[in-house]
Design a protein around this ligand. Structure first.
Ligand code: THU
Length: 126
């Protein structure tokens, strides 16, 4: 599985986004160490705070299916530009994979790879 393929899977997942309030659609594809991929999209709610981001949808699907070893997550959005994960999603990623690779695509389609530890240094842990 290449990161280009992972971004394509995230693109497909974005089509399921439920975002009638922001109209900002996000898709994510989470690559597990064993090669399994879990997808996610953002799911908004009339009580805005109940909204779930695409990244957390993918991570929660994976964990609930018994997967906790993650290698990379690809994130795309209808915004076109690089869409960095929000703070809550970064913290959820850090719980399971402090060295997770975050694969984004900029508005020119160029892939960029970040390390979670550079996006969330000194993360909280117990
Ligand atoms: N959103 C995500 O799905 N992931 C992020 O990392 C940032 C924001 C969603 C939440 C909401 O549905 C919409 O984008 C606008 O904030």
């Amino acid at each position: 599985m290449t990161y280009t393929e992972l971004l394509s899977i995230a693109d497909k997942a974005m089509k399921n986004a439920y975002a009638p309030y922001s109209e900002f659609k996000v898709g994510a594809a989470l690559l597990c160490s064993d090669g399994t991929v879990f997808t996610g999209c953002n799911i908004e709610n009339a009580t805005y705070g109940a909204t779930n981001c695409a990244e957390r949808t993918a991570i929660f699907k994976a964990v609930s299916e018994g997967h906790r070893d993650f290698e990379a997550i690809a994130i795309v959005s209808s915004g076109g530009d690089e869409t960095f994960p929000c703070g809550i999603c970064r913290q959820v990623m850090a719980e399971f994979a402090p060295e997770l690779k975050i694969i984004l695509r900029d508005k020119n389609g160029i892939e960029a790879i970040y390390q979670l530890s550079e996006l969330l240094p000194k993360s909280f842990s117990l």
